[in-house]
Design a protein around this ligand. Structure first.
Ligand code: NAP
Length: 248
């Protein structure tokens, strides 16, 4: 066990975008920030450097959250090295967009597998440890699409709506053991996930946001930090909409 870790945070999909911003926001002396990613070791290294620069103790591992065995091994490593998990942030996610009639079965399955089953796998693995501690904070990153729907994203919207149902159910199951479970539903956030959108489509979306701009990964990270703080001790089973007013 690494004795200088007093608090352990786990962030899935922490190699870039919102996940990296969350890792940076939680990083502080004595905090072990464990994160995973599916493919890009190099981008993972950037996250580790940022955590270290803030005084945190980073560990980034390649883990496919949709694989139960990989997730089990990952959480075993976290527990063996730190003896605890204070906060889990289920952030890993993918899109494979197409209109319904053009959506391939594989695109449906892949998105549900990573976004929904991945959240289930990690929540279950972390909950085992949190139950013994009688303390834990679980924060799931869902999406505005899971609440409002979005043409071209039947798979993604269904996966994110599923995450909301999972959040509310697990909040009810674990509340009596000192564990809170909440979700954040971001709107339109500037990351690699949205970078492929044509300029015209992106400015069209921004023109419909009352606060007049796209969100940043830091806008989401700050809310995750709040939900993990003592100030949020009495909040569970909720979905916080962080979207500049895009969905009211
Ligand atoms: P991103 O920049 O594409 O980052 C996604 C992260 O998830 C990467 O670290 C990626 O690692 C990881 N990942 C993907 N598949 C994985 C798997 N099977 N196992 C483990 N890690 C995996 O996306 P983002 O915009 O930051 O999105 C983060 C979360 O916010 C997602 O859940 C997304 O649905 C949600 N969200 C985003 C927006 C937005 O506008 N950007 C809006 C609403 C909700 P690799 O690169 O190594 O695969």
């Amino acid at each position: 066990m690494t004795s200088d870790i007093q608090r352990t945070i786990v962030v899935t999909g922490g190699s870039k975008g919102i996940g990296r911003a969350i890792c940076k926001t939680f990083a502080a002396p004595g905090v072990g920030v464990y994160f995973n990613f599916n493919s890009l070791e190099t981008t993972g290294r950037k996250t580790a450097d940022a955590i270290r620069a803030a005084g945190g103790i980073p560990k980034g591992l390649r883990v496919d959250v949709s694989s139960e065995s990989e997730v089990t091994d990952f959480f075993k490593t976290v527990f063996d090295e730190t003896g605890r998990i204070d906060v889990l942030i289920n952030n890993a996610g993918i899109t494979k967009d197409a209109l319904l009639l053009r959506m391939k079965e594989k695109d449906w399955d892949d998105v549900i597998r990573v976004n929904l089953k991945g959240t289930f796998n990690c929540t279950k693995a972390a909950a085992r440890i949190m139950l013994k501690q009688r303390y834990g904070r679980i924060i799931n990153i869902t999406s505005i699409a899971g609440v409002a729907g979005n043409p071209g994203q039947a798979n993604y919207a269904a996966s994110k709506a599923g995450v909301i149902g999972l959040t509310k159910t697990v909040a009810k199951e674990l509340g009596s053991r000192g564990i809170t479970v909440n979700a954040i539903a971001p709107g339109f956030i500037k990351t690699d996930m949205t970078a492929g959108l044509p300029e015209k489509a992106a400015s069209e979306i921004v023109s419909q946001i009352p606060l007049g701009r796209a969100g940043t990964p830091e806008d989401i990270a700050g809310v995750a930090f709040f939900l993990a703080s003592r100030d949020a001790d009495y909040i569970t089973g909720q979905v916080l909409h962080v979207n500049g007013g895009m969905y009211i």
